[in-house]
Write a protein that binds this ligand. Structure first.
Ligand SMILES: Cc1cc2nc3c(=O)[nH]c(=O)nc-3n(C[C@H](O)[C@H](O)[C@H](O)COP(=O)(O)OP(=O)(O)OC[C@H]3O[C@@H](n4cnc5c(N)ncnc54)[C@H](O)[C@@H]3O)c2cc1C
Length: 440
């Protein structure tokens, strides 16, 4: 808890997962937090989210309501199939292995459940929310954000948590800065267990596992939600949405045609789909800085490191951002430390966030190979490790011993403890002039 005179007024733009997580973490550190969100309310939008141990441990740390864990599904197995259905990789004790290695679970959640649980916790901690206010301008001299409706919100620090189409980012760079298409789009599908009559599929839904099917230019992922009462499928395919359109209702027929010849199990699932949306997958170039020169604006989440969802790290790394920022702010003893604390946040988070972005593109390369020599070599590597403990580089980073540990093993709380121990001067108190006056 920060002392009273180091207490900041924090204004967070955006009540997505990164915004609310940072609100919790900053409020736990003793700061006064206001969140401004353009939506009129938090709707149960979105579909499934894979929450990996690096973020699951934070949700535990923040003491989210028990109902969140009851709404989760913990996959017991993880399987990668070639698009034909042939098994390329299989971890038959995935849940146990993950808990043993990382001391935290890998769980699948409905995005709405997670967002509402975070929201409830933030409200408990006294965070103030303003819905239906779209921020269009920032006055950096006075640390004030202005909404389209003409309202103003002032503070000591503005946290940009406004996602892919960040207005804060444009205010920071001083020009239009729209996201760039990745060349892929996602079909997102959620089915309920009672919609599914096929006994084989029902068994898959009710017994949580993760399945990937990888093929030329595309892949699919399926996993259970809500303790096996729901099934989430994401289909990642080449983008054919018109330029400038980021989301559109899709045609079920067009979607099914893209997967003709793929595993019959996947196709059986697709016969249950009655409507579907297409989401253009976008990213951004790297920003030079995540903190402005006047140290009153800092970036988190998709506003500064949007990525392909191919490692399910967008939300997970956003929660890490929130944890690190809030915990560092909890070590403040004097407001004058803010510029250096923000720089420390940037040094801890920027290189990791950007490394994860690059890794998601590498995963696309390895999952979307056209049939041919490169794909044959990849599959030989996959199959050489089937049924064994995986060693060395592995084409699925989900179980790769070189990538999984740095993704899932990251502990934001320990990272902050280490950074604080390594920077004793930054957090020392009081300022020399004040103590000198007191002595006099
Ligand atoms: C198909 C797909 C599957 C995914 N699966 C996973 C997964 O399994 N695991 C995972 O970790 N991640 C996943 N992700 C990524 C994840 O959803 C995002 O990375 C994450 O939600 C980003 O959170 P955020 O809070 O930074 O941004 P957002 O969720 O975009 O939130 C931004 C918020 O700011 C508000 N806002 C925007 N502009 C303004 C403004 N001017 N004024 C006020 N409010 C504003 C918005 O309304 C919104 O509420 C997936 C993404 C996709 C597309």
């Amino acid at each position: 808890m920060v002392p009273e005179d180091a207490r900041l007024r924090v204004v967070i733009v955006g009540a997505g997962l990164s915004g609310i997580a940072t609100a919790i973490s900053s409020a736990l550190s003793g700061h006064s937090v206001t969140v401004i969100e353009q939506a009129r309310q938090l709707a149960e939008v979105g579909a499934g989210l894979q929450i990996t141990p690096n973020a699951a441990r934070l949700l535990k740390y923040w003491e989210l309501p028990a109902s969140l864990w009851e709404a989760a599904a913990e996959p017991t197995k993880l399987t990668v199939h070639r698009y034909s259905g042939q098994i390329l990789a299989h971890d038959s004790t995935f849940d146990k292995n993950i808990r043993a290695k990382y001391d935290a679970p890998f769980v699948d959640l409905h995005r709405g459940d997670l967002q509402l649980a975070l929201f409830a916790r933030a409200k408990d901690l006294g965070v103030t929310f303003h819905f239906g206010e779209r921020i269009e301008r920032i006055d950096f001299d006075s640390t004030v954000v202005h909404s389209v409706a003409g309202k103003t919100f002032s503070g000591d620090l503005i946290i940009a948590a406004d996602g892919l189409w960040s207005q804060c980012r444009e205010a920071f760079v001083g020009k239009k800065d729209e996201p760039i298409p990745t060349g892929d789009l996602a079909y997102r599908i959620v089915l309920t267990a009672d919609q599914i009559s096929d006994p084989d599929l029902k068994a898959l839904v009710e017994n949580p596992e993760v399945h990937f099917w990888i093929g030329p230019g595309a892949h699919a992922v399926g996993y259970s939600l809500r303790g096996g009462q729901m099934y989430n499928i994401v289909l990642l395919v080449p983008d054919n949405l018109p330029p400038g359109v980021s989301k559109q209702a899709g045609s079920v027929e067009e979607m099914q045609k893209l997967f003709v010849g793929w595993d019959p199990i996947l196709n059986k699932f697709l016969t249950y789909v009655t409507n579907v949306d297409k989401w253009k997958l976008m990213h951004h170039g790297e920003m030079e800085n995540w903190v402005n020169d006047t140290s009153n604006l800092v970036f988190i989440g998709d506003s500064c490191h949007p990525m392909l969802p191919y490692l399910a790290q967008g939300a997970n790394s956003s929660l890490e951002d929130g944890a690190v920022l809030g915990l560092l702010l909890g070590h403040m003893t004097d407001k004058a430390q803010l510029p250096r604390i923000l720089r420390l946040y940037e040094s801890l988070r920027k290189s990791r966030g950007e490394a994860i972005v690059r890794e998601t593109f590498k995963q696309r390369h390895d999952f979307h190979m056209e049939d041919g020599e490169e794909q044959k070599k990849r599959d030989e590597l996959f199959l050489s490790q089937l049924g064994k403990e995986i060693k060395g580089h592995f084409p699925s980073r989900w179980t790769c011993p070189e990538v999984q540990p740095w993704l899932y093993g990251y502990d934001a709380i320990k990272e902050v403890e280490k950074a604080v121990a390594e920077n004793p001067d930054l957090f020392s108190q009081p300022t020399p002039s004040r103590s000198f006056c007191q002595i006099l």
